[in-house]
Every structure is written in C-alpha cells, then in structure tokens.
Unconditional design. Structure first.
Length: 189
C-alpha cells in the first residue's frame, strides 16, 4: 500500500521525464540556471539524486561525495526507469516513518527534498534547453511550504542560492524558484 507522498513523486517524475527525454546531445554543454552546472552536470546530479534517494527511502546509505557519469547508453530511457524505482521505493508504507540514518532528519523531510529536486531541476533543465515545463500542481502545493521551511538552512549549507526578489503577484512556482535562489526570468541568452 502506497503512502500519500508516492503519487506526488510520480507526478514530479512525469513532469520531468519528457524534459530529460527532449534533451539533445548538442545541448549537454549549455548553461543552466544553476551557475555551477551545465546541462550534462545537472543531468548527472539529478540522476545521482534519484538513485541515492532510492536508497534513502529504505534507510540505506547513499554516497553524495562524488557524482558518477550516468549519461551513457540510453540514459534518457534509463532516467524514466530510475524515477520509477524512486517512486516505488518511497511507496513503501513505512518509507515516511522515523529519521533517516544517513541524513539525520525525518524521512518525510528527506522525501520532500527529492520531490523538490525533481520539480526545480526539471524546470532548470527545461529552461536551459528551451522546453516547456508544467509542474504538477499537487507537487507544487506540497513543495512550496517545505522549501520555505528549509530555505534558511539550505542557504547556510550552500544548497540554495540567495533568495531572488519576485513581484508580489508572482505565481507560487515562481516563489519556489526564487526561494531556491533561481531567477524565474532566467534565460540562457
């Protein structure tokens, strides 16, 4: 029996998968809204997060000290398979219980972290490669308060950049992007 978060992970994966599949080899060197990553590096980072958080769902160790190169063979199809495994791992009824031994934070917070990564990095990759990205509204509704709660700690840890100012009438997605240090108006040009 799935828990309440697994459908949200599935929604985030479904929104990001077509973006990943739409990236051409020629686009791998393009800049992204994450200044430290080009498209290739961001894809490898997102792959690594997806694979690592499969282990974290089962309260197993995940090594984030290095990022392997996942862009070999049919990596576009493999991304969908790996996000499917992620959804399955977090669908376990007890996946959201307790504290992550590897991260020392509650399992629901760990799950919200990977949910946020799929959402925000899906946008990053779409923006960098000129694709549309339509976030799942239920995912956005779940991620927005989590991002707002985690933002000060994430900025201090260097995971988020400084908050970007957005107009008061900004959409909830633009506010999430801004809270993570992204300019919702970012363009590769």
């Amino acid at each position: 029996m799935a828990n309440g978060l697994s459908p949200l992970l599935d929604g985030a994966a479904r929104a990001t998968d077509p973006v990943v599949r739409g990236i051409t080899d020629e686009q791998l060197t393009l800049p992204t809204p994450c200044a430290e990553y080009d498209v290739r590096a961001l894809l490898n980072h997102l792959f690594h997060v997806v694979v690592g958080f499969q282990a974290l769902a089962a309260r197993e160790a995940a090594d984030f000290t290095t990022t392997p190169d996942y862009l070999e063979g049919d990596w576009r199809t493999r991304f969908g398979a790996e996000t499917g495994k992620l959804v399955t791992a977090w669908s376990a009824p007890d996946a959201l219980e307790g504290v992550s031994p590897g991260m020392g934070i509650p399992q629901p917070t760990v799950a919200q972290m990977v949910l946020g990564d799929l959402l925000v990095h899906g946008w990053d990759l779409a923006r960098a490669t000129g694709q549309d990205y339509r976030p799942d509204q239920a995912v956005l509704d779940e991620v927005q308060p989590a991002v707002e709660d985690m933002a000060p700690m994430a900025r201090k840890a260097g995971v988020y950049g400084e908050e970007v100012s957005v107009p008061s009438d900004a959409t909830s997605f633009e506010k999430v992007l801004a809270a993570t240090g992204r300019d919702p108006r970012w363009s590769p040009r």
